[in-house]
Design a protein around this ligand. Sequence first.
Ligand SMILES: [Zn+2]
Length: 251
Amino acid sequence: MRKDLCFLNVILIGVVAVCLCFWPSASLGQDAGKVYKVIVDPGHGGQDTGSKGSGGLLEKEVTMALAKKLVQALEETGQVRAELTRTDDQAVSLDDRAGLANHNHGDLFISLHLGTTFASDPTGFSIYYWSPTTASPTAMPFSNTVRSWDQEQEPYWEKSRMLASLMQEELLWSIPWASGGVLPADIYLLRRARMPAVMVELGSLNHLEEAAQLQKPEFQEAVAKAVTQGLIKYRSLEDKGIVIKLKSPDS
Ligand SMILES: [Zn+2]
């Protein structure tokens, strides 16, 4: 992991620990009656198989298995309700995935993917968020009154970055993989989400060891629990109106 990201994470852990310890009441207070809805997006589906591993294993199958485990882990907390953007092996366009999340008033969006590598080194995991510095120059300037479909993520990107950082911390604690970091990227799907949104990319099917791990239910459960834990910490801070404005490579 890069040194600056390492430093950033040390700061983040400290700030989160202080916030969680000294803020009155750890309950998810303000909107206690409101259902907190997490949209879980298993990448790919149908004809769009995603990456392929040896033995015919497909990214779309692994993302679905991970997504189902994540939905289960989230629901078990009793604090959130989770919805999938696809429930079976069907192709859903990126616009439809974002549209479904926005239409169903999701509070958070998590897209699950695998990486690709042709190197012998393992890929590890990376977490992506959209940021204005990654936006294409043709995008319309941001306006508080008129926001195009392409700019839905603009008001949420700092929350997305905080969510990504918290998830990374939990994944680092829980699974013995290296982190490629918390990275800004101009990802079409994230740009269109009207809620904090991240893309988690886990390992690669081209890498034999990672592919073997990714197929194990216990590994999938460990990932799901870590992502859930990061999300619960995020929600606890968000509920108290705290958004940690991290310094990162894109700011
Ligand atoms: Zn993918």
